[in-house]
Design a protein around this ligand. Structure first.
Ligand SMILES: Nc1ncnc2c1ncn2[C@@H]1O[C@H](COP(=O)(O)OP(=O)(O)O)[C@@H](O)[C@H]1O
Ligand SMILES: [Mg+2]
Length: 225
């Protein structure tokens, strides 16, 4: 078996847009080792979010394969992929995707409730701890509309961590944050990588993050350059 925790082979993504074919990823290959922190950088529209979604099992490629822990994720049964996504993968989305009718604590708890590895008491304790790590111990009962953009981003990070994922995917994790809050997020990411051996794939424009990662992958017009 390959020593890589994450591999993409000859990935293509083509959208059918208004009767025209739009290829937004072309022949992307990459291999990421356990514990690596990789930054994906490139201009707006380059295909960074599309690539991250494909690597994280959230979309399906038009061609090519993605392997997580040696398993071809787009050849798995959908229920198996959903379970893998919930347990092995944490995803920090660019546009949050929090449930608006749930408060911060409930949003963070949800992946643990689905996974059912923890008792509800353990899950509740862990969710509170994570929210306090991201500085939101006093915002547990706030719904997303009652939180600032940066606070919502931190709830998303806490939610991504509740099941101790092996791989964390972040799409512009500091994109909407001031530099102080962005610095705090970066500290959290570095600590998770060191203390939990967490592999991280980060789409970012943040120079500080780019400086601390192990490797930068540049992407332009859907191709790695
Ligand atoms: N569902 C879709 N249908 C058609 N085109 C899309 C769709 N989603 C994304 N695109 C196009 O794919 C390209 C890459 O998008 P994206 O991966 O979001 O770029 P980035 O994250 O690098 O800014 C963009 O040109 C975008 O307009
Ligand atoms: Mg994007």
């Amino acid at each position: 078996m390959s020593s890589h925790i994450l591999e993409a082979k000859n990935l293509y993504k083509t959208y059918n847009h208004k009767l025209k074919k739009l290829t937004v990823l072309k022949d992307v290959k990459l291999s990421i080792k356990k514990n690596e922190v990789v930054c994906i950088m490139g201009p707006s529209g380059a295909g960074k979010s599309t690539l991250l979604h494909l690597l994280g099992g959230l979309d399906s490629p038009s061609r090519g394969d993605v392997f997580i822990g040696g398993e071809n994720i787009y050849k798995m049964r959908p229920d198996k992929l959903a379970a893998l996504r919930n347990v092995k993968i944490g995803f920090v989305f660019q546009f949050y995707h929090l449930f608006s009718e749930f408060n911060a604590l409930e949003n963070v708890l949800l992946p643990a409730v689905i996974n059912r590895d923890l008792t509800s008491r353990q899950a509740d304790k862990k969710a509170r701890e994570l929210l306090s790590v991201v500085g939101l111990a006093k915002r547990l009962n706030h719904n997303p509309s009652q939180l600032s953009g940066g606070e919502q981003q931190r709830v998303v990070i806490a939610r991504a961590l509740i099941n101790d994922p092996e791989i964390l995917f972040c799409d512009e994790p500091t994109g909407n944050l001031d530099s102080e809050t962005g610095g705090k997020i970066l500290d959290i990411l570095i600590r998770l990588n060191k203390e939990k051996d967490m592999t991280q794939v980060l789409v970012t424009h943040n120079k500080q993050i780019a400086q601390t990662c192990n490797r930068i992958i540049n992407i332009k017009d859907g191709e790695i350059i």
